[in-house]
Design a protein around this ligand. Structure first.
Ligand code: C2E
Ligand code: MG
Ligand code: MG
Ligand code: MG
Length: 289
């Protein structure tokens, strides 16, 4: 009896696994198609001065709207594209759109693009980025590239060499998601970096945790000593923003508290709303009525 029940369970389990597998294969095929057709989309999330008085840079975030499933997040399809060896095609698309869109924004507003570990396995990326900048007449100083510590794991020396070449051309390099995983403080010193993006995992429950606060202060002070700029990401609430401001933890703040990722065309309006002059005149208008 027990034996047949066990067998039945196994059969159900197997068919669920098969369904999952078929589903996955279909999603992969659809992703391949979407990449080939350029059907991916790019939105932008602004990084604000901590007091909200200006936007200095916007992060390009790729989006995929699946015709049947609706939006599929980059946390799902970027790892898939990496496994399929297709992620550099996504990077090319995002770099091209980001340079094009940024060129239409008021100077010196910049744009920041996420790189994958695969983009840094050979130095083709340096030429590709240079061409995109030229194609859209964008000054290299307005482009930022975000890398994570995982990008340095297999070939730290070769990757550092590529990043150095980027920096020589005037492109800014940021380390993303800092403070998660096994982020080593020695990265801050040994890698060619300009910006540290502190992960939102650090900001969550910060108020209640004195040890976390001390750790964050240590990272921030060290980064500043090394001449790095600090972006705090994933700031969601006014309380978090207040705490960051009280402790001067950020040079720039990115998160829902200021803005969700938006369409490229919306950035011009957000930048105008953030400008101190515009804010002031809005206040005057408010006072008169
Ligand atoms: P990331 O580079 O750390 O990007 C920040 C992520 O945090 C974005 O998620 C953004 O929408 C989200 N976020 C921003 N503010 C808040 C907040 O206040 N609260 C919370 N809970 N989340 C916030 P998204 O767009 O889903 O991207 C997830 C990750 O996918 C990115 O993390 C990045 O690692 C990767 N990714 C996105 N676009 C690209 C791309 O074009 N190329 C590559 N290689 N990776 C990308
Ligand atoms: Mg990023
Ligand atoms: Mg990040
Ligand atoms: Mg992330």
């Amino acid at each position: 009896h027990a034996k047949s029940a066990g067998h039945g369970t196994l059969t159900v389990f197997r068919s669920e696994m098969d369904a999952q597998y078929i589903d996955d294969q279909k999603l992969r095929a659809d992703l391949r198609q979407a990449i080939a057709n350029g059907a991916l989309h790019v939105v932008y999330q602004p990084m604000y001065r901590p007091d909200g008085s200006a936007i200095e840079c916007c992060e390009a975030l790729v989006r995929w709207r699946h015709p049947e499933r609706g939006p599929v997040g980059p946390n799902v399809f970027i790892p898939m594209a990496e496994e399929m060896g297709l992620v550099s095609q996504i990077t090319h698309l995002v770099v091209d759109r980001a340079c094009r869109d940024c060129a239409a924004w008021p100077e010196p507003l910049g744009v920041s693009v996420n790189l994958s570990i695969q983009d840094l396995r050979n130095d083709d990326i340096v030429g590709y980025v240079a061409e995109a900048l030229k194609r859209h007449s964008l000054d290299p100083s307005r482009l930022h590239l975000e890398v994570t510590e995982s990008c340095f794991m297999d070939e730290p020396v070769a990757v550092s060499a590529i990043l150095n070449r980027f920096r020589k051309t005037g492109v800014t390099i940021a380390i993303d998601d800092f403070g998660t995983g096994f982020s080593s403080l020695s990265y801050l010193d040994t890698l060619p970096l300009d910006v540290v993006k502190i992960d939102r995992a650090f900001i969550r429950n910060l108020g209640e945790d004195q040890r976390k606060l001390k750790l964050l202060r240590g990272i921030v002070n060290l980064s500043r000593e090394l001449g790095l700029k600090i972006v705090v990401e994933g700031v969601e609430t006014g309380d978090q923003l207040g705490l960051i401001n009280r402790h001067s933890f950020a040079d720039l703040v990115q998160g829902f508290v200021y803005s969700m990722p938006v369409e490229a065309s919306r950035i011009v309006e957000l930048a105008a709303e953030a400008a101190p002059a515009a804010k002031l005149s809005a206040m005057h208008r408010g006072a008169k009525t």
